[in-house]
Design a protein around this ligand. Structure first.
Ligand code: NAG
Ligand code: NAG
Ligand code: NAG
Ligand code: NAG
Ligand code: NAG
Ligand code: NAG
Ligand code: NAG
Ligand code: NAG
Ligand code: NAG
Ligand code: NAG
Ligand code: NAG
Ligand code: NAG
Length: 525
């Protein structure tokens, strides 16, 4: 079953890219199927298109139109890629940031009846457009040949029709929403189990609070599922499988990417996680795990492939961390590359077990109550590229050993109580792009070695007690775009005029000894 599936998938990919290649070639002697061309023109008329996304939709060969791909041989339309906006949306997406491109102005049934004329359509991406709060029409379920359906962030509303369960060839279904609760599943969700080819299911932001409690039972029947995202779905503890119920846990063993963040259930760590032995990505941020006993990392340690873990905003405290006083096999955490423990209740010195997480690339412990020095456990993490310890109460000086983190690209120590001076060794961080040390009590002068940070793009040293002249070497920071030195006691060298990429600088609240004008003439103080 898996083998044939894989074979068809390869075939689809070959067809797909083949088609794309053919359609972009200029001298094709075939044009598209006339009936499909007419259907596409009807489809186009259903939308208001202020950004002219469909302006190329004219002329005879619809296979040449933007977003349309045809099969190389048959010339049938196989793919419509009509993403409303291509830029990645931040999670705090707001309407003003990114306007949708297509706005539905006609009856939604018109769209479906046009799409149904594209009998070989396999790939449909209408994400980030505006379907004006319409229901997803049940007739979508008639497009049986679909393999990829992306209706995410497209302003649909209401109950997801069970007719989607007729799309038995779907490999990917993405219905995620920014605004929680617009789409919902009420009652029976057995229809999902008919999507037997599904590899990736994304329902983030869909209201599942009234979905029947056999949710995971149903999902576990999808034997190819490897990506499951149920973030912000208002899941309840009763939706989660428990060992008390008849449930075949081995069926969850294929899932690699699992996101149940931002759900309001609260309790101990779901024990079934330990049976999800293929997990590489686990996001449980925003789930209150305070009732978990100290076995949290014991359970996570049983996931041999886990490399991305977020337990941000989980109400965790020191008792949940592994300690050297208890038997714990620390090598089990050695594969984790991305660890987010921000916004919890950790106190006191930085957790010592971090030194055993030797694969870490990204670490955040921001917004806890850590105090004391930064030094003890992170300097051995030689692969670290990003560290965020902002919003804690770390109060000693930044140790010189920071220079050992030679892969570091980003360091954020914003809003602590760090004292002493910025160590000279900072200049050894040759990959550094971003350094944020503001709102501390750092004193002394900025070290000359700062000029060695040739990749630096963003520097924020504001709200400290730094004094002296900014070193001349600062003129060497040719990539620097943003520099914030607000509220220190610094003076400015002439070399600052060499910073040609600089887009923003805040230097107010310092002791200015001279009025200067930098090369671009934009910055006058
Ligand atoms: C067809 O395309 C090829 C290569 O892309 C080019 O060399 C050739 O001149 C084109 N023929 C016509 C009739 O446009
Ligand atoms: C979507 O369209 C509806 C009605 O046409 C409008 O009220 C709403 O503001 C639009 N949403 C966005 C994100 O543009
Ligand atoms: C669906 O579209 C959104 C927005 O364009 C994109 O971020 C997401 O990755 C797509 N989903 C899948 C499964 O390809
Ligand atoms: C599609 O699904 C619905 C309910 O989910 C079912 O009643 C109907 O018979 C199905 N239609 C086809 C054509 O399979
Ligand atoms: C979620 O769906 C349930 C059942 O339809 C409803 O009672 C509840 O108000 C919905 N929640 C939100 C935030 O829309
Ligand atoms: C659980 O599922 C696995 C994999 O499909 C199967 O091999 C096994 O027999 C099932 N176990 C039970 C008790 O049904
Ligand atoms: C689930 O994991 C536990 C702990 O590793 C194990 O004892 C149990 O046999 C597993 N269950 C299944 C069905 O794989
Ligand atoms: C998490 O749960 C605990 C125990 O039930 C409770 O005391 C705490 O207030 C909850 N935290 C949040 C942020 O809701
Ligand atoms: C710890 O885990 C590693 C990797 O799974 C294993 O090789 C090692 O034997 C374990 N050590 C102990 C003391 O259990
Ligand atoms: C944890 O790290 C410490 C210090 O590097 C080391 O001595 C110890 O052997 C490590 N433990 C494991 C289980 O890797
Ligand atoms: C940092 O805080 C700890 C505990 O609050 C205190 O013992 C220590 O002296 C402080 N260190 C500095 C340099 O202020
Ligand atoms: C920085 O402040 C510390 C006290 O917090 C003081 O001992 C030290 O002399 C100061 N260094 C400089 C260069 O001002």
């Amino acid at each position: 079953m898996r083998e044939t599936f894989r074979a068809t998938l390869v075939l689809v990919i070959v067809l797909f890219f083949g088609a794309a290649e053919f359609c972009s070639g200029r001298n094709t002697s075939f044009s598209c199927i006339e009936r499909e061309r007419k259907a596409l023109l009807k489809f186009k008329l259903c939308f208001h298109d202020p950004s002219h996304m469909l302006s190329s939709w004219k002329g005879n060969d619809c296979c040449e139109w933007r977003g349309v791909s045809c099969d190389k041989n048959s010339r049938y339309v196989v793919s419509l890629q009509l993403k409303g906006s291509t830029a990645d949306q931040p999670y705090w997406y707001s309407i003003g940031d990114q306007q949708p491109q297509l706005y539905l102005i006609d009856d939604i049934d018109e769209i479906v009846s046009s799409l149904l004329k594209l009998r070989y359509l396999e790939h449909l991406d209408m994400s980030n457009n505006n379907f004006s709060g319409n229901l997803i029409p049940p007739s979508f379920g008639l497009m049986k040949q679909l393999r990829y359906l992306n209706l995410s962030y497209a302003q649909f509303r209401g109950r997801i029709p069970s007719e989607l369960g007729n799309l038995t060839r779907l490999c990917v279904l993405d219905l995620s929403q920014y605004y929680y609760g617009r789409l919902k599943v009420d009652g029976d969700i057995q229809w999902i189990s008919r999507l037997s080819s599904l590899q990736r299911l994304d329902m983030s932001g869909v209201n599942l609070s009234h979905a029947s409690s056999n949710l995971f039972q149903v999902l576990s029947m999808l034997s190819s599922l490897s990506w499951l995202s149920l973030s912000d779905c208002n899941l309840k503890i009763s939706h989660l499988p428990s060992h008390n119920h008849l449930f075949n846990f081995t069926l969850l063993g294929n899932i690699q990417h699992f996101d149940i963040s931002q759900n309001s259930f609260h309790g101990p760590i779901p024990i079934f996680l330990q049976n999800m032995t293929s997990l590489t990505f686990l996001d449980m941020s925003g789930v209150n795990l305070s009732l978990t006993s100290s076995n949290l990392f014991q359970v996570l340690g049983m996931l041999p492939s886990l490399s991305w873990l977020s337990l941000s905003t989980c109400s965790l405290n020191n008792c949940h961390l592994p300690s050297y006083n208890h038997p714990f096999n620390f090598t089990l955490l050695g594969n984790i590359q991305h660890l987010d423990l921000s916004d919890n209740l950790f106190q006191g010195p930085m957790p010592i077990f971090l030194q055993n997480m030797t694969s870490l690339i990204v670490l955040s412990l921001a917004s806890n109550q850590l105090s004391g020095s930064i030094s003890n456990s992170i300097w051995q993490l030689s692969k670290l590229e990003s560290i965020d310890l902002s919003y804690n109460q770390l109060n000693e000086s930044i140790p010189n050993s920071i220079g050992q983190l030679s892969k570091l690209k980003s360091i954020n120590l914003y809003a602590n109580q760090l004292s002493g001076s910025i160590p000279d060794s900072i200049g050894q961080l040759s990959k550094l792009k971003s350094i944020h040390l503001s709102y501390n009590q750092l004193n002394g002068s900025i070290p000359d070695s700062i000029g060695q940070l040739s990749k630096l793009e963003s520097m924020d040293l504001s709200y400290n007690q730094l004094n002296g002249s900014i070193p001349d070497s600062i003129g060497q920071l040719s990539k620097l775009k943003s520099m914030d030195l607000y509220e220190n006691q610094l003076s400015i060298p002439d070399s600052i005029g060499q910073l040609s990429k600089l887009e923003s600088m805040d230097f107010s609240g310092n002791q200015l000894r001279r009025v200067f004008q930098i090369a671009s003439g934009n910055f006058l103080s």
